[in-house]
Design a protein around this ligand. Structure first.
Ligand SMILES: [Ca+2]
Length: 127
């Protein structure tokens, strides 16, 4: 059995440990939240893949090797992502082409969305 003295020492050292946590490492909450999608040029997350960072509600151009090549993509939980097949140079303009919407976990085969090898831009919004 632990003595009261031992437990008191344990509590004291735990308190010291938590006090030693550097408060300078705590980062302020960013004004705009974001995350990443994981896009691949082949089905089932194979071929060349890229982690693509996005911010809430902002349009992102796909990395060059994914443009009109992406065939599978992972969407993080808590986000809804709209993928655009741009017919003009206007990014994420729903009137300039077609689009498809994906929730987590995304799609291992964009043929299921009839949206294979067409994605140019993506815009994700927090749910
Ligand atoms: Ca492809």
């Amino acid at each position: 059995m632990f003595s009261t003295r031992f437990i008191a020492l344990l509590v004291a050292s735990m308190a010291t440990l938590s006090l030693a946590t550097p408060t300078a490492a705590v980062r302020p909450t960013p004004d705009i939240d974001g995350d990443t999608i994981f896009a691949c040029v082949n089905l089932d997350f194979t071929g060349n893949c890229d982690t693509v960072a996005f911010l809430d509600g902002l349009c992102v151009q796909m990395p060059g090797r994914q443009v009109n090549q992406m065939s599978s993509v992972q969407v993080p939980a808590g986000w809804v992502c709209t993928f655009y097949d741009a017919k003009s140079s206007t990014p994420c303009d729903p009137s300039s082409g077609s689009s498809t919407v994906l929730l987590a976990p995304g799609s291992s085969n964009m043929q299921n969305q009839n949206f294979n090898d067409v994605v140019d831009f993506v815009k994700c919004t927090k749910l």
